[in-house]
Design a protein around this ligand. Structure first.
Ligand code: ASP
Ligand code: MG
Length: 401
């Protein structure tokens, strides 16, 4: 097999841990596999470098930042290669450029445009273990670019796609994706398998494990992804294409999003174009609107509700006040949260939403807003009850079993 392994900052956090990673890579090699390893900077390193730049100015040029930040990953790649060579393995460390990664010009948040895997393939043919510095590439002019925070995951998935690897293993200090946040519900269980779409909906559960952009890319390139811990030999979670077995499981996980504030516009003039004006105004201010609910108008008036991130609550309020004359009143609440139930099984089973509403009702929790998609039911409730809701929903769907 050809396996791409990616080790995150904590996994390569000090020299002893780099040695541990070298042993793991060596073990994979001993099993007869070809290995391409992508590494992050040692934990804290990228932030330290940002701090250095900010010593001089709060607005350093992005091009120079890329030059600076890309060095963190190069240090780890070189050290891991040296560690493997010291153990008698043939290894080679490559920068993003040497691995053939070409991006667009968006410094500090570049998109990968193409990958020429020839250099990596030649090294593999020569029997080498290939180590690639994550998080970086070059643009068409040859300047170093970086892929955005957490971007080494993206490097790994993109390389796995370009090399047509059999699988891509992402190692961190967490051993997989759980049914919910174990800090809220200690009975949370590690999932064996989950679909790309479920993973994207459960993003906050995977936040420490997988960068969201990398999951999107894995879905697009159909890369078999494993989330595993470099500190244990546990199985991890497989993130892959949806299959029929997955539908047998009703719900895969429940998540709490505390970063929500609710806006309700009452008695809005029910005329063509009003929603366009309101949401264009919010979009122009770069306010990310999440849930939107409008009901059928009566007597030429309608109600419109939506949620925005906490930090945008005041901004949204100011913007909405400019529509004062077009409505009867507005109501803002920053003490709300969103709980979501996610599972591909919802596509073929009924009653999943009804169960959620019943469970919340039994706990006397009022639902302020509801929205659904094919694989998700989300409810906005008072933030006081967020954790209680997660625990009761987790139990109601048998996720603790
Ligand atoms: N070192 C970069 C960061 O801290 C990229 C990564 O670790 O994935 O964001
Ligand atoms: Mg990471």
């Amino acid at each position: 097999m050809l396996i791409v392994q990616k080790y995150g900052g904590t996994s390569v956090g000090d020299l002893e841990r780099i040695e541990n990673v070298a042993n793991r890579v060596a073990k994979t090699r001993e099993k007869g596999h070809n290995v391409v390893v992508v590494v992050s900077a040692m934990s804290g390193e990228t932030n330290k470098l940002i701090g250095y730049a900010e010593h001089f100015t709060s607005t350093p040029a992005k091009k120079e930042m890329d030059m600076l930040l890309s060095s963190g990953e190069r240090v780890t790649a070189a050290l891991l290669s040296i560690a493997l060579q010291a153990k008698g393995y043939d290894a080679v460390a490559l920068t993003g450029r040497q691995a053939g990664i070409v991006t667009d010009d968006t410094h500090t948040y570049a998109r990968i445009e193409s990958i020429d895997p020839t250099a990596m393939q030649n090294a593999i043919k020569e029997g080498k273990i290939v180590i690639v510095a994550g998080f970086q590439g070059i643009n068409k002019n040859g300047s170093v670019t970086t892929l955005g925070r957490g971007g080494s995951d993206l490097s790994a998935v993109a390389l796995a796609g370009a090399l047509k690897a059999d699988q891509c293993e992402i190692y961190s200090d967490v051993d997989g994706i759980y049914t919910t946040d174990p800090r809220i519900e200690p009975n949370a269980k590690k999932l064996d398998t989950i679909s790309y779409d479920e993973m994207l909906e459960l993003a906050s559960l995977g936040a420490k494990v997988l960068q969201n952009r990398s999951v999107e890319l894995a879905k697009k390139l159909n890369v078999k992804l494993y989330a595993k811990s470099s500190f244990s030999d546990n199985e991890g979670t497989l993130i892959t294409k949806e299959n029929n077995n997955m539908e047998a499981v009703l719900v895969s996980g429940v998540v709490l999003d505390k970063n929500q504030a609710r806006v309700t516009l009452r008695g809005v003039a029910d005329r063509p174009g009003i929603a366009a004006e309101i949401f264009t105004k919010l979009a122009d201010a770069n306010i990310n609107v999440d849930m939107i609910i409008q009901n059928m108008g009566t007597d030429g008036l309608t109600n419109l509700g939506f949620t925005v991130p906490h930090s945008e609550h005041e901004n949204a309020k100011k913007l909405m006040e400019t529509f004062d004359h077009e409505m009867e009143g507005m109501d803002f609440d920053e003490h709300v949260c969103k709980v979501s139930v996610v599972g591909v099984g919802m596509k073929s089973h009924s009653g999943v939403a009804a169960t959620a509403f019943t469970v919340l009702a039994q706990n006397n929790i009022n639902i302020q807003m509801i929205s659904t998609s094919e694989i998700k039911v989300s409810m906005v409730i008072d933030e006081k009850y967020g954790e209680l809701a997660i625990r009761t929903l987790h139990e109601a769907y048998g996720l603790d079993k």
